[in-house]
Ligand binder design. Sequence first.
Ligand SMILES: [Fe+2]
Length: 176
Amino acid sequence: MRKRRAFGSRAGRIALIHALAHIELNAIDLGWDLVARFASKGLPRAFFDDWVEVAAEEACHFELLAGRLADFDAGYGDLPAHDGLWEAAVATANDLLARLAVVPLVLEARGLDVTPEMMAQLERVGDTESAQILRRISRRDRSRRNGGALVRSPLPGMRVGPGGGVSGARSAVLQG
Ligand SMILES: [Fe+2]
């Protein structure tokens, strides 16, 4: 069952925004890790260009959230954060297809699932500014997921479904 956050309190909102900033920061790191780790695989230049673009977009998301934390006299690093996203990166360090399947599609999609509810809760407690930031982030992530780097630069032999899913290694990784 999903944990309920107390968005009515300043501490609750800081916790939420901090958690989202942590996801964005991991996404920045993962984008650059993809570029650096798989640079020697002979992939098309456009593939790397797309992931550089992804990392830049995630940096914009992080900036928006860090700015909102500053409005609350808080900052990224004030609270502890889970390491699950980075653990997934480590687990798929030697398998490009598995990395592509797990990181951008599954973990970030999980974040997208909860965002509409978060926005509604923030608006209910009168924090429209935070809600607007979440809406901007959600819109950009959604458009990227539906037509992003994988669709523009599929790898040889890779099949990308209409929702952005990668066929092949995905199901095996998720079951592991
Ligand atoms: Fe993002």
